[in-house]
Design a protein. Structure first.
Lengths: 239, 109
């Protein structure tokens, strides 16, 4: 039976990579490899997954130095010289082994006012939004984010600036800025225009490069820069 | 970086782009035509146009560089935003004083 060498991060912020020998199959994802280790070699291994089909965004890890969604990453695509190194996502605190604490990531969604603010009540008629409208199409381009944290882990600015909201939170804010039903834009634009908001982005585009859904948070952030600048020049930005 | 700093950095960058081109063109013109320092000073002294040109250049540089230095300090050093802002303001003021002094030397009659 063919095997591969798998090196997994064990420990918390301080720890080390530990090697395991795992059967190499013709059709196998990186998540299958991690699950094999947990089920057959070391049941103390901690990692996180749920749907296994690329919808839930919970299984992201660092695979051979790149953040990836492990359930949709085939071993054949990433294996190098019969070896794979798998670690926790960067830029997030490690809880244990391959599981990171996503709290800072989701806290920043809240800071960026990533929650929908309704402008109507349940007694009002449903607002009709034309699918071909410019705002709806802009929202569409950003809306499919699955919150996997890969863009956040790949972002240089997040690494340098702990207060930076990050690509995912700003991408979410951009989809809501373009949501015609939403009434939260004054507070949202003020939040993303403050220190650590969209203007901290250096447009390195690592978020776009690594996003498993091929979204473009850099473009969303550029949109926020334009929109906040217009609001600033018109004196519409809340203090 | 917030929207106010972003606005001023981009505005000064947009202002400096044509100023740099004119500045470089003037250098080429002066050196190609073999102008002496006295020739150059003869044209710049008492000239409102050259005083305004290099005066606005210096102001733009002082604002643009100070904001850039503040960003570098915030991202790459342990200094917090407030102290980086103070340092950058002092740095920008130094650039402004040095630059305006040079402009005065060539533009005042």
């Amino acid at each position: 039976m063919k095997t591969m060498e798998v090196s997994l991060w064990r420990g918390r912020a301080q720890g080390r990579y530990q090697n395991y020998e795992v059967p190499l199959r013709e059709n196998q994802t990186v998540l299958d490899v991690v699950t094999y280790v947990a089920r057959h070699l070391d049941p103390t291994l901690s990692y996180r997954f749920s749907c296994r089909v690329g919808m839930c965004g919970s299984c992201a890890m660092t695979v051979n130095g790149r953040p990836r969604w492990t359930c949709r990453t085939h071993v054949a695509k990433v294996i190098r010289r019969g070896r794979i190194e798998i670690g926790p996502l960067e830029n997030l605190p490690v809880i244990k082994d391959l599981a990171t604490d996503m709290q800072p990531f989701f806290d920043k969604w809240q800071q960026a006012k990533g929650a929908f603010v309704p402008s109507r009540t349940r007694d009002d008629p449903i607002e009709e939004i034309a699918p071909s409208g410019a705002a709806r199409m802009a929202a569409d381009a950003a809306i499919e984010c699955i919150n996997c944290g890969i863009c956040y882990a790949a972002c240089d600015t997040v690494r340098w600036n702990a207060g930076y909201l990050g690509p995912a939170a700003l991408n979410r804010a951009w989809s809501l800025v373009n949501d015609e039903r939403d009434a939260g834009n004054p507070a949202r634009l003020a939040a993303v225009a403050a220190s650590g908001g969209c203007h901290a982005c250096h447009s390195h585009q690592s978020c776009q490069e690594h996003c498993p859904l091929a979204l473009n948070p850099t473009a969303s952030i550029a949109g926020l820069k334009r929109r906040t600048m217009q609001a600033y020049l018109r004196g519409e930005l809340e203090e | 970086m917030n929207v106010r700093l972003y606005f001023w950095q981009r505005l000064t960058a947009a202002l400096m782009a044509p100023l740099v081109l004119v500045h470089v063109a003037v250098i080429f013109y002066a050196t190609r035509n073999g102008m002496s320092a006295a020739d150059i000073l003869g044209r710049t002294r008492g000239s409102v146009v050259w005083a305004s040109f290099y005066g606005s250049f210096v102001a733009a540089v002082a604002i643009h560089a100070a904001i850039g230095v503040r960003n570098v300090l915030v991202e790459w050093s342990p200094i917090n935003e407030r102290h980086a802002g103070i340092f950058a303001t002092v740095f920008g003021c130094c650039l402004l004083v040095l630059g305006l002094r040079a402009v005065a030397a060539v533009a005042l009659p």
